[in-house]
Ligand binder design. Structure first.
Ligand SMILES: [Zn+2]
Length: 127
């Protein structure tokens, strides 16, 4: 957010206070010397434009973060946790099964594990 330049303002220029990058002036604000675009601000310092720029930058950094290796790792870990959780639930059911239907239960357990693995592999391959 640009600050308004307060002292001896030139009404034909943008009212933003800017800090020149040169060595000595860096702590002394100057008035922006660009011409007024709207509401006394130039196209760079108008609050609407600054807000828009800020949003855009935030979106870009969000996108960047989502595609970053650490986020991919986090998502992969989430998938693995889900998978392990599902398998443990199945394994519990398998253990609790009656002796005479155990083989059937184990077979279906293995089938569902294979499905879960296939699905996980598919999800992981989307990126
Ligand atoms: Zn300006």
């Amino acid at each position: 957010m640009a600050y308004e330049f307060r002292s001896s303002i030139n009404k034909t220029c943008c009212k933003a206070a800017v800090y020149p990058k040169d060595h000595w002036g860096s702590f002394h604000p100057h008035q922006c010397n660009l011409k007024i675009w709207k509401d006394g601000w130039c196209k760079i310092h108008h609050p609407d434009i600054e807000h828009e720029r800020h949003q855009k930058r935030e979106e870009e950094s969000k996108k960047w973060l989502e595609n970053s290796p650490s986020m991919k790792l986090i998502r992969a870990k989430e998938r693995i946790d889900k998978l392990v959780g599902a398998m443990l639930t199945l394994a519990d059911g398998c253990e609790a099964a009656e002796a005479d239907c155990k083989e059937e239960v184990i077979r279906s357990f293995l089938g569902r594990c294979a499905d879960a693995l296939r699905n996980a592999a598919k999800e992981g391959g989307e990126e």
